[in-house]
Design a protein around this ligand. Structure first.
Ligand code: PGA
Length: 258
C-alpha cells in the first residue's frame, strides 16, 4: 500500500515571507518523526523559493500553473519555472479557481498536460458544488475527471493524484462523513480504471479535502479497504500545531504499533 499523502494548501496565506518561513519551519520540524506519511507544503508563488530552503523531508507544491507555451503570458507562471524551484506537486482545478476564475475542464486539461510534460505531479481537485445534490455527484465527478484527462496517454498518469473535495465542505467546518468519502474514493477509482485502465489507476492516489481537522483526519483512513489515501488540508494547515497533529494521527492509524 502507498503511504498516505497529506497536502498543506496555504491558499493566499500567510501575508509575509517571514511568517511563511516560520510556518514551514514549524511544520517541517513537527512532521519529521512521521515517516510513514508523505507531506507536501503548497505556499503561494512568492514564497516558494524561500520555503524550499527550509524543507528537508517535506515536498514543495504549487497551487497553480499556466499551460501556454512561449513567453507572452503576462502574470503567469510556467511549469519550467516551477521545476526550476524544485516544485514537485501542483494543485490543479481547485474549486476556488473553477468558481472565482471560471476555470473550465478544458483549461484544467491543458494544465494537467503541461504539468505531466514537465514531470510535475498533478493533484487534480474535483468535487460537486452542493450538499443536496448527491444524486448528481457521480455525473459531476465523471465529467470533471474525463474532461481533465481527455487526450492524455495513460502512461503519463502513473503516480498522479486526484483530490475529492466536495465544494460545500471547503472552509465551512462541515466535512463529509468518512463513510461517504470512502464511497467516493472507491467510485473515483472505478472511474479511473474505466478511463486509464486498472494498472495505471492503481498508481493514482485519491485524497479527501474539505474541513479536515486534527479531530476528524484519521477517520478518513481505513486499512481494510482501499479508500482515501491522503488529505488536502486548507485552513488547518495554517495552524502548525494542528497540522502536525493531523499528520501524527494519520501516521498512528497507518502504523498502529508505533
Ligand atoms: P479547508 O480547505 O481545509 O479549509 O476546508 C481545503 C481546500 O480548499 O483544499
Amino acid at each position: 500500500m502507498t503511504r498516505p499523502l497529506i497536502v498543506a494548501n496555504w491558499k493566499m496565506n500567510p501575508p509575509t515571507e517571514s511568517s511563511a518561513l516560520g510556518l514551514a519551519r514549524d511544520i517541517e520540524r513537527g512532521v519529521a518523526p512521521f515517516r510513514s506519511v508523505a507531506v507536501v507544503i503548497a505556499p503561494p508563488f512568492p514564497f516558494l523559493a524561500a520555503v524550499r530552503r527550509v524543507l528537508k523531508r517535506t515536498h514543495l507544491g504549487a497551487q497553480n500553473v499556466f499551460p501556454a507555451p512561449g513567453s507572452a503570458s503576462t502574470g503567469e507562471v510556467s511549469p519550467a519555472m516551477l521545476r526550476d524551484l524544485r516544485v514537485r506537486y501542483v494543485i490543479i482545478g481547485h474549486s476556488e479557481r473553477r468558481r472565482v476564475l471560471g476555470e473550465s475542464d478544458e483549461i484544467i486539461n491543458q494544465k494537467l498536460k503541461a504539468c505531466l510534460k514537465a514531470r510535475l505531479v498533478p493533484i487534480l481537485a474535483i468535487g460537486e458544488a452542493l450538499p443536496d445534490s448527491q444524486a448528481v455527484v457521480p455525473t459531476v465527478l465523471f465529467q470533471q475527471l474525463s474532461g481533465a484527462l481527455r487526450g492524455i496517454s495513460k502512461r503519463e498518469l502513473r503516480g498522479a493524484v486526484v483530490a475529492y473535495e466536495p465544494v460545500w465542505a471547503i472552509g465551512t467546518g462541515q466535512a463529509d462523513t468518512p463513510d461517504n468519502a470512502t464511497r467516493r474514493a472507491i467510485y473515483i477509482r472505478k472511474l479511473l480504471t474505466r478511463l486509464v485502465g486498472r494498472r495505471i489507476a492503481d498508481t493514482i492516489r485519491v485524497l479527501y479535502g474539505g474541513s479536515v481537522t486534527a479531530k476528524n483526519a484519521a477517520a478518513f483512513f481505513n486499512r481494510d479497504i482501499r479508500g482515501m489515501e491522503g488529505l488536502l488540508v486548507g485552513g488547518a494547515s495554517l495552524r502548525p500545531a494542528e497540522f502536525i497533529q493531523i499528520v501524527a494521527s494519520v501516521a498512528r492509524c497507518w502504523e498502529p504499533h508505533r
